[in-house]
Design a protein around this ligand. Sequence first.
Ligand SMILES: C[S@@+](CC[C@H](N)C(=O)[O-])C[C@H]1O[C@@H](n2cnc3c(N)ncnc32)[C@H](O)[C@@H]1O
Length: 257
Amino acid sequence: MTSIRQHEHEYSTGARPVGAATEESAAANVQQMFDSIAPKYDLLNHLLSVGLDRWWWARAAKVFRSTLAQPDARVLDLCCGTGDMTMALMKYRPKGVGEASLLAVDFSHEMLERGKQKFAKHNIVAIEADALHLPFEDGTLALVTSAFGFRNLANYEDGLAELYRVLKPGGQIGILDCNQPEGIVGGLYNLYFKQILPRIGGMISGDREAYRYLPASVERFPRPRRMLEMIHATGFRDASWTGYTFGTAGLYRATKP
Ligand SMILES: C[S@@+](CC[C@H](N)C(=O)[O-])C[C@H]1O[C@@H](n2cnc3c(N)ncnc32)[C@H](O)[C@@H]1O
C-alpha cells in the first residue's frame, strides 16, 4: 500500500480534489472551492499558518528584489488570490512604473475581488484568467511568482510549460508552496495538517471539504526532487529549492535560458 501511495505522489501530474476524475473537473472544483472560502481566506491563512504566511511571502519577494527594482520589468504574480504575495512584491517596485507595476492573475472571481481592494491604491492590474491559458504573448515577462497556488493546478507540467512560454529569455520563476517534510517534523506536520487544521478550517470557513483538500493536495504535490526534475525537463536551468521553516514550505527558482 505504502509503495503504491508513494508512487502516486511521485508521478501525480496535478491537483485532484475528491470526486474530480479529469483535469477539467479538478480545475472547476478548485475554482469553486476558492470562491466559497474567499470571505474567510485571509483570516484562516494567518491563523492556520500561525502568522508564518506573512514571513514566507516577504522572504520569497525579497529574493527577486533586483528584478523587481527594474522599472521596465513585467512581473506577474500568478494565482494571486487575495493578493498578499502581490503586495509583498510591490514593496520592491519603483515608484511611477508606466502601464502596470505588477500583473496579478487568478481564476477565482471571489478571491480576486478581495485582492483588487488591496491593489486599488497601487498600479496593479488584476486579471481573471486560468494559469494554464495565460492571456500574455510569448516571451514577454521578466518574472512570474506564485505563492501557494501552483500546487492547485490541474496539470503541473502544463503549468510549467505555460510559465516558460510567457517568460523572456533570462526570465525567472519563483514558486512558493507547501511541502510535506520527512522524519519527526513530518510526523508533527501530519498531526497538525491532517487532524487539527481541517477541523479549525472547516469550522470557521463552513467548508470542511476545502480544508480536507489542503493537506491532501500537499501530500499529492511532487517532492522537491521530482519538482526540480520537472522544472528542468520543461527547459529551465539553474533550478533550485530552498526549504522554509523545517521544510514545511519552500521556494522553487529557475531561469529560462
Ligand atoms: C491558496 S490560494 C493562494 C493565494 C495567494 N497567492 C496567497 O499566497 O495567499 C491559491 C489560489 O490559486 C488560484 N488558482 C488555482 N488554480 C488556478 C488556475 N488554474 N488558474 C488561476 N488561478 C488558480 C485559486 O483560485 C486561489 O486563489
